[in-house]
Ligand binder design. Structure first.
Ligand code: FEO
Length: 391
């Protein structure tokens, strides 16, 4: 396999993982990339590496440009093994190479590989001259580990952004404009909200720090390289870190005998009648990361489960656990569910949502056994009246 030139003396030498379908719970449709970049300058520099198992692809691409033993500098922007899991292997091939990481990156790399891996810790804003180029390191803590940083080459106007602006997407062409903008932005959104969303405040600070850089290419560590869609992906991130909302409702449910499903439909109809876009999900039919990609910028979130053993169905409990970790904000909620004798499920759902700071639009909605037409209309009307108070 050959290196892919992305700019004069800069090459993509990473790996394509077309078979990946799940990354820590995130649904991956087409696979992903592990973006590693080689800069040929007085000091031969490798920025990031690949996941263990992809060493041959990395070495074969580097070897198509230069003998890997000639690498002088290895920059590990992030210690997570999908980028740095092969750093020790590389260092064994090029033992004179100096390894640079953030202060926290030094800790992660040593935690993973042991204290004998020599790592030079760099501070936020520190620079490294490699010849014609001076690289600057900017710490991007919690986007998405404490150790993350990005590397900027002013000479090339290239930001090596690691996870920032990444997408779990395996392109057949590396540059963004080969694909429809909406597709790439959706993948970037899905990636960000399912991985970084809990750390929005820190992400906002990190992005502000990068805001003044003159950037022609964003060489990400996952997915396409941004060139033509840079303003769009920056605008997407600005909207996500600021928790901007769309006039949208997401209704998520599971059902035993169809009654809670009809309640979900009644609630969805109420939103539609008020001119609010609705996404309706049976939690068993869609991946939770896909559901959350819609939830994150919705104004309203309705979650329903029938009462099951005095509690809620495990499917909905799992979804609540997932979204509790991702901390969605600023949305009104509806907890609902049918029951035969206990009837606890809507209150349990509401309590869970309140624990992450989400306030109800209406009190929990319960339905005894089946949802008949008059129940359907009553539930719908309850939601419409509540919306009338605020829309
Ligand atoms: Fe792509 Fe946080 O690793």
């Amino acid at each position: 396999m050959k290196a892919i030139k992305i700019k004069d003396d800069i090459y993509f030498v990473g790996a394509f993982d077309f078979n990946l379908r799940n990354f820590h719970g995130l649904d991956v449709e087409t696979g992903t990339t592990y973006g590693a970049y080689l800069i040929i300058d007085e000091k031969v520099t490798l920025i990031d590496a690949v996941k263990p198992g992809f060493e041959n692809e990395l070495i074969s691409r580097i070897s198509s440009v230069i003998d890997p033993k000639k690498i002088d500098v290895i920059i590990a922007n992030h210690g997570e093994p999908d980028h740095s899991g092969t750093v020790k292997f590389l260092h064994e091939l090029a033992p004179k190479a100096k390894i640079y990481a953030s202060v926290n990156g030094e800790k992660s790399l040593k935690g993973i590989f042991g204290d004998d891996l020599p790592v030079i810790a760099v501070k936020n804003g520190e620079t490294l001259n490699i010849g014609k180029r001076t690289l600057t390191f900017y710490h991007t803590q919690m986007v998405h580990w404490p150790d993350n940083m990005v590397t900027y080459s002013e000479f090339d106007k290239v930001l090596f952004s690691n996870d920032v602006f990444g997408q779990h997407f395996a392109p057949s062409k590396l540059f963004d404009s080969f694909y429809p903008k909406e597709r790439i932005l959706y993948e970037a959104k899905k990636y960000y909200v399912n991985i970084v969303n809990p750390y929005n405040k820190m992400a906002k600070k990190a992005l502000e720090a990068l805001g003044g850089l003159d950037i022609e290419l964003i060489a990400t560590a996952h997915g396409v390289i941004f060139k033509d869609y840079i303003p769009d992906v920056k605008a997407l991130y600005a909207s996500l870190v600021n928790n901007e909302k769309q006039n949208k409702a997401v209704v998520v449910y599971d059902s035993m005998w169809g009654s809670t499903k009809l309640m979900a439909k009644a609630i969805a109809e109420a939103f539609i009648e008020k001119g609010i876009q609705v996404h309706l999900f049976n939690v068993n039919e869609s991946d939770q990361s896909i559901i959350f990609t819609e939830v994150v910028d919705a104004k309203y979130l309705a979650i329903g489960s029938p009462t099951f053993n005095n509690g809620i169905l495990p499917s909905i409990a799992g979804f609540l656990t997932y979204i509790k970790g991702l901390l969605p904000q600023n949305m009104k909620t509806i907890a609902f569910g049918s029951y035969g004798w206990g009837g606890q499920s809507p209150s349990i759902i509401e309590k869970e949502l309140k624990e992450i700071g989400l306030e109800p639009l209406v009190p929990p909605i319960k339905q005894y056994f089946s949802t008949h037409n008059e129940d359907f209309d009553r539930i719908k009307q309850t939601v419409i009246e509540a919306l009338d108070q605020i829309v």
